[in-house]
Ligand binder design. Structure first.
Ligand code: NAP
Length: 479
């Protein structure tokens, strides 16, 4: 059913995500007039606050995390906010929550920004208190489970109250401009699509590198690890967008149909095609940082780095490896996709100085949003010793080209789509399950072969085995 919600109920309203991303996004949307002035926002968590107390929490968060020029009238935004204390494990508290929400007018959008262990009791409470009807949709933050079985369990619980067309699974990478721009690049240009296949592409690399260590995520991260925290969701979504067939339309069904086909075509990874690592003490930007075990305060087998050679077993990608790499305490913070094209079939340039370097497309997602295409060019000169060639970059920095439009937080787009009911940038259940199926098989392989993380120094690009994983194929990681 199509409706624009006029109330938003935010679980986990005092948490880190709410303070850093959700409240700033909502305030910015309000300042730009993109949400209705009548949108009422109700926050809930266990902390005992009243409306005024929550508005103070929100004000402090906005002052900390939203640049002043994007805030608009803070007083106006804060006046939208209401708060109801609730322990989501206690079903009796949901009646008071429903009273606070009030009658569901045009529609209610719910955002669960709480640990997934709370999803089931929350859904039960919402159902029991009349907060799960036809005009209610629900957004769920990751992680959706820790494996296929637990994800099915969560999805079943959600489905008992919210049908798929009212369930919005968030992968905030899909809210990023450059990720959406990947679709524009591929499908709004004639240049790339004819070359976007095994005949012309040698391999693809996807890197999500972080410089941070555990930070405040000690409790969560050690039970998760890099594979489940990053690869299962964000990196597989990026891979699916790179590898999918052209959808017929830019709509939720067409795009998700194509992504899920890719995810289901992923070949199970063989033992020697993945490398795991865990950082030890080292230095980032010249500053000493402790090792993972020191930060955690105990030994652990959790991987903080993973590199995988993946294959999409279909006609388009036959024989084209997708190298995935993610880790903490790497030398720089960067998320990028590198599409390495094949060499020209025959070079007409005979001189040694005219060696052609295969074209490469680099799509930078963060921290900078840019697209760089490496092409060959002639070095200026009279060429008495023969023509000289050199790779040069066609560089599109999105911040320069689109200097006018404001740079938005990914959650602005996702919250707006949740309020308005557009599922295109949300992950469908079959996608999540295909992702988990592939990830579970990797983890089962690690257990079966007794694979535990190799150590690497903080500030390096991971264990040397990760370099060897690519170099065995004559491939160098893009750095
Ligand atoms: P957090 O800082 O620990 O916040 C958790 C929130 O849930 C708090 O508002 C907490 O408030 C509330 N809460 C905890 N137990 C509750 C209960 N029994 N009943 C009702 N409310 C309860 O966590 P977060 O970092 O905001 O993350 C929230 C979710 O988003 C997690 O699933 C996380 O994995 C996911 N996520 C976070 C980020 C991020 O950048 N932070 C990124 C991606 C995904 P009280 O303690 O007062 O109840």
């Amino acid at each position: 059913m199509s409706f624009t919600a006029d109330s938003l109920l935010l679980f986990g309203a005092t948490g880190d995500l709410a303070q850093r991303m959700l409240l700033p996004s909502l305030c910015a949307l309000g300042a730009d007039g993109l949400i209705s002035p009548n949108l009422k926002i109700i926050g809930t968590a266990r902390q005992d606050l009243d409306d005024a107390g929550y508005r103070n929490v929100a004000r402090a968060a906005l002052e900390k995390y939203l640049p002043a020029e994007r805030r608009g009238s803070m007083a106006e935004f804060l006046n939208r906010l209401h708060y109801q204390p609730l322990d989501a494990n206690d079903i009796s508290g949901f009646t008071a929550l429903a009273d606070k929400v009030g009658p569901i007018g045009e529609g209610l959008a719910i955002f669960l920004s709480t640990a997934p262990g709370l999803f089931e009791p929350t859904i039960a409470g919402l159902s029991a208190s009349g907060l799960a009807g036809d005009r209610v949709r629900i957004g769920l933050e990751k992680p959706l489970g820790t494996d296929l079985e637990s994800s099915r369990h969560i999805n079943d619980a959600v489905a008992s109250a919210f049908p798929e067309d009212r369930t919005f699974r968030i992968d905030h990478y899909l809210g990023k401009e450059t990720v959406q721009n990947l679709l524009a690049l591929r499908f709004a240009n004639i240049l790339f699509e004819p070359l976007w296949n095994a005949a012309h592409i040698d391999h693809v690399q996807i890197t999500v590198a972080e410089t941070v260590g555990l930070e405040s995520r000690v409790g969560y991260y050690d039970g998760s690890g890099a594979l489940r925290d990053m690869v299962q969701n964000h990196m597989l979504q990026l891979l699916a967008l790179v590898a999918m067939e052209p959808p017929a339309n830019f709509d939720a069904t067409a795009i998700r149909d194509e992504k899920v086909k890719v995810l289901r075509s992923l070949r199970y990874v063989a033992g020697e095609e993945s490398v795991t690592g865990q950082y030890r003490a080292g230095a980032i930007s010249g500053q000493p940082v402790p090792g993972y075990d020191d930060e955690l305060g105990k030994d652990s087998d959790t991987e903080t780095f993973v590199a995988i050679k993946a294959h999409v077993d279909n006609w388009r990608w036959k024989g084209v490896p997708f190298y995935l790499r993610t880790g903490k305490r790497l030398p720089e913070r960067v998320t990028e996709i590198v599409v390495q094209f094949r060499p020209v079939p025959h070079s007409i340039f005979a001189s040694k100085a005219a060696k052609t370097v295969p074209n490469k497309l680099v799509i930078g997602i963060q921290p900078e949003e840019n697209i760089t295409l490496q092409v060959m060019a002639k070095v200026p000169g009279l060429d008495r010793q023969g023509i000289r060639l050199r790779p040069v970059e066609l560089n599109i920095a999105m911040s320069d080209v689109f200097a006018g439009p404001v740079k938005r937080i990914a959650y602005e787009r996702l919250l707006l789509d949740l309020i308005e009911g557009d599922q295109t940038l949300f992950v469908r259940r079959d996608e999540v399950e295909a992702q988990w199926d592939w990830i579970d098989a990797i983890r089962a392989g690690w257990t079966e072969h007794g694979i535990t993380p190799k150590t690497y120094n903080a500030g390096s690009w991971g264990p040397s085995a990760a370099i060897a994983l690519a170099e065995r194929d004559g491939v160098t990681w893009h750095e």
